[in-house]
Design a protein around this ligand. Structure first.
Ligand code: IMP
Ligand code: MG
Length: 344
């Protein structure tokens, strides 16, 4: 029996929307290295924007391995709505992507239409959920009354036949500050977004090699959260960052609230998550706005240039004992020629 060899994990160090899809897509392009790209948490609440061969794709539950001809597994820690899954698979097929590579773990829980209706009726307005039925589906899972993929009407060619082997890339959904255990409860999602939970895919922790945390050079939040009050939307500089950075939800289309990067919160996500590498995306957006600010130690710090700001962030983050390198990233085109896993 072929066993799992090496596992690399990409996770969100903020409130989701950090560019995990872009980074996973980039890493998966490493020729022939990964045997599987897997999702371990969440459902169609996630929204990954991916540029592949000049085409723009929005994925929600399908892992980014399919774009590179790699088996893409939706793990038993995820929740799947069959209709939204089919719509996504059809969209990918229309774009020329081979979706026979998409596999669902037989023990993945199903999000029913009733779960979605309940989310819309009871939670969407109060917590600003994505209306995808996530909380009711996980509630039923933990109450042990849920429906499993293997017992559902999901087309059996989609079900995972064997187990995982070889080199695995794990693609996180949402982020540290939306995690059910570590986020600002109840303004969280209902799954575990941290790297430790990736082991639920079926490999032991000893197999983990690189853990890549993703963040942006500024923070954003879609959905309700007292940490992001509505008046942030009125701040002209933050509004400009949101406009230039196109900060609208991939799943919901909602305008995201923008704030200056909170370095204390980012460092917490790196330390608890055990990141070996940190990628900070969208630096070009801040350069276009030309204002460089962060929160650190509860204070606002202003910098004269992007390089000054980046070196401050780099030094502060490197105090985490697991972190080996920080990479500042720009647009997808530039990313192609970069090696984000280089050690400092
Ligand atoms: P739910 O996961 O749909 O229940 O939403 C719970 C909270 O997490 C809401 O504030 C959502 O806006 C947020 N959320 C869920 N998934 C994502 C995501 O992929 N990106 C950003 N925010 C998300
Ligand atoms: Mg997103």
């Amino acid at each position: 029996m072929r066993q799992v060899e090496n596992v690399d994990i990409v996770y969100g160090a903020s409130w989701g929307d950090e560019g995990k899809g872009k980074i996973t897509h980039h890493l998966a392009s490493k020729d022939g290295y990964y045997d599987f790209v897997c999702r371990w948490n969440g459902g169609s609440n996630a929204g990954h924007t991916i540029y592949h061969n000049g085409q723009k794709f929005a994925t929600h539950i399908v892992p980014s391995g399919v774009f590179h001809g790699i088996k893409s597994v939706i793990g038993p820690g995820c929740v799947l709505n069959i209709d939204s899954f089919h719509r996504e698979v059809e969209d990918l097929e229309r774009g020329g992507v081979d979706t026979s590579l998409v596999k669902v773990h037989p023990l993945t829980h199903i999000v029913t239409d009733n779960h979605k209706r309940e989310d819309v009726a009871n939670l969407a307005a109060k917590l600003g959920t994505t209306s995808q039925g996530i909380a009711p589906a996980y509630r039923d899972k933990y109450a042990r009354v849920g429906l499993l993929a293997r017992d559902s009407s999901l087309d059996k060619h989609f079900l995972l036949g064997g187990s995982l082997y070889g080199n695995i890339l794990c693609e996180g959904a949402q982020g540290y500050h939306l995690d059910i255990n570590y986020g600002n409860y109840p303004f969280v999602t209902s799954s575990e977004c941290l790297p430790y939970a990736a082991c639920s895919l079926g490999f032991p922790p000893q197999k983990i090699d690189k853990i890549i945390a993703c963040a942006k050079i500024y923070d954003t939040r879609s959905g309700e959260d007292p940490l992001f009050p509505a008046d942030l939307l009125q701040d002209p500089t933050l509004a400009m960052i949101g406009e230039i950075g196109q900060e609208y939800g991939t799943t919901t289309g909602r305008r995201r609230k923008v704030n200056w990067l909170n370095l204390d919160k980012l460092i917490e996500a790196i330390v608890v998550g055990g990141a070996t590498h940190l990628v900070i995306n969208k630096c070009d957006i801040l350069e276009r706005v030309g204002v460089y600010q962060i929160f650190h130690n509860g204070r606002i710090l202003k910098f004269k240039s992007i390089t000054e700001m980046q070196s401050y962030i780099h030094n502060a983050c490197m105090t985490s004992s697991t972190l080996k390198a920080v990479h500042f990233s720009r647009s997808p085109e530039i990313l192609r020629s970069e090696n984000i896993l280089e050690a400092a």
